[in-house]
Write a protein of this length. Structure first.
Lengths: 249, 241
């Protein structure tokens, strides 16, 4: 189900990322103020936006899970949050490098976007421990969805409140993008955003395919060796998919 | 009007009124706490001990302004986390959830009763901790700051209550609830801490008492409201089994 057209998607993503980086380095002009350092903008900012978008998608999938009680929605939410956590570490590292390059410090508390992002990461870092601490798969899925919804709502609120608390320092990207970005910057920035989103989607689909294939394999094994085996699955933070062996999906 | 707890005859199955259920649940919470003294004494003692710790850690005899407000709020927050951790334990371990779910009462009433219980814990905590803070650490006098501080405490408590009740219910039926409770609640409580500390710091300034910063008051009230709604929306899903 998730494996269809995956190769085409992966190739498109690869091409889009390559094009973005070629354009970013050789076509987009150097920033007048920050020079070559500003190129990290095309990595850091799309990464951050895609990460937060992934968390919000995780919340939406969690809402769908609570509405439909379909374990596939729980798996979608889980994979989205998992992937965004990995992307988020990348955001913190690239942000730190950028801060060091342009402000001379690895970390800056007067930078609201960076601080809010850290808070969001600290909160989401408890998602997997929470799942792992609940043994019953049904309750684990339900509690994880409740957490994902609350944390997803926390993302925008937190950004607003932390931004209120500090003076502006960060280049405002979404607020006034047409105001301060000349044409070529803008083209490359949107392209980088699209390619980063494609990368997230590709990885998400690979992970979903793998999880789904794994669940089907286990179901087939169970059928081969009689129904008794694997009735006590290992305790895990990964959602359990209710897959029938050989059922076409 | 019919007798309390009994709906009008012919109105279908008997469903107790919210007010009656709430009163019964609050009476239960009060009885449990008065018999066991599990949460509130530990919270108050913890707060006083933490003030002593801050005295030694900062090597200061008196605090004022930002530092006073920060120390007060961090202490209250950590003491509150102790209460949050205990809030649902008796229900999870001794069948309180099952008993409640078997009754025909509306599930949200459990949320209200727990929130009011936590609020009562916090009020008792602050009745002890704030005078103790004024006595032990605060440089400027407490009296002129008190009206503003009460507003800050009320809104801060409300934030702690809505987040604490949610996280308490989420963490209690996990295998490591004592660890997960603080880990989940503290990031969610950062905006409350931020607003409450900014609200209180001009009140506790040396020299004169500044005015209450209304921007922070409004932000904190809004955060309390939004999180209250989120907690209300998702709480039922935590109680399904």
């Amino acid at each position: 189900m998730y494996g269809k057209r995956l190769r085409a998607l992966a190739l498109t993503t690869f091409a889009a990322l390559t094009l973005t980086w070629v354009l970013a380095f050789f076509w987009a002009p150097d920033d007048a103020d920050q020079g070559f350092l500003q190129k990290i903008f095309y990595l850091h900012v799309p990464l951050a936006i895609v990460t937060l978008g992934g968390f919000v998608y995780g919340a939406v999938a969690a809402i769908m899970h609570l509405r439909t009680r379909d374990s596939r929605w729980d798996m979608r939410s889980y994979v989205a949050i998992h992937l965004s956590l990995v992307f988020g570490v990348g955001v913190l590292i690239t942000g730190s490098i950028w801060a060091r390059g342009s402000w001379g410090v690895w970390w800056d508390w007067s930078e609201p976007t960076l601080v809010s992002f850290l808070l969001v990461m600290l909160l989401y870092a408890t998602y997997q421990p929470l799942r792992f601490a609940i043994e019953d798969p049904e309750r684990q899925a339900r509690y994880a969805s409740v957490f994902a919804i609350t944390a997803g709502a926390f993302v925008p609120i937190n950004f607003v409140i932390v931004r209120l608390s500090t003076a502006y320092l960060h280049p405002r990207v979404l607020g006034n993008i047409s105001g301060n970005l000349p044409g070529r910057f803008q083209v490359v920035f949107y392209l980088s955003l699209v390619s980063m989103a494609l990368l997230w989607i590709t990885l998400w689909r690979y992970e979903m395919t793998s999880k789904h294939a794994g669940a089907q394999l286990r179901a087939l094994r169970r059928r081969l060796s009689g129904e008794d085996e694997d009735t006590q699955p290992r305790r895990s933070a990964v959602p359990t998919l209710g897959v029938e062996a050989g059922a076409p999906r | 009007m019919s007798a309390p707890g009994v709906s009008a005859p012919g109105a279908g199955p008997r469903v107790p009124r919210t007010r009656v259920v709430l009163a019964a649940l609050l009476r239960k919470e009060l009885t449990v706490e008065l018999r066991s003294f599990e949460a509130v004494p530990a919270m108050t003692l913890f707060s006083v001990t933490t003030f002593v710790l801050f005295h030694f850690a900062l090597s200061r005899n008196t605090l004022s302004g930002d530092l006073a407000s920060g120390v007060l709020w961090v202490t209250l927050l950590f003491a509150a986390v102790l209460g949050i951790n205990r809030l649902f334990v008796a229900d999870a371990e001794q069948g309180g959830f099952d008993g409640f779910l078997l009754s025909p009462a509306d599930r949200s009433v459990l949320l209200y009763s727990k929130a009011l219980t936590l609020l009562a814990y916090l009020v008792v905590l602050e009745v002890v901790a704030v005078p103790a803070f004024a006595l032990l650490l605060l440089g400027p006098a407490l009296w002129p700051a008190l009206p503003g501080l009460l507003a800050a405490l009320a809104l801060g408590d409300l934030g702690i209550v809505v987040i604490g009740t949610f996280v308490g219910a989420l963490a209690v039926r996990t295998s490591v609830r004592d660890l997960l409770g603080p880990m989940i609640s503290l990031p969610l409580l950062v905006p409350v801490l931020l607003c409450a500390a900014r609200l209180s710091s001009p009140l506790l300034g040396a020299g004169h008492v500044g005015s209450l910063p209304l921007r922070w008051l409004a932000t904190l009230a809004l955060y309390d409201l939004v999180f209250g709604l989120i907690t209300f929306a998702v709480f039922d899903f935590l109680l399904e089994d």
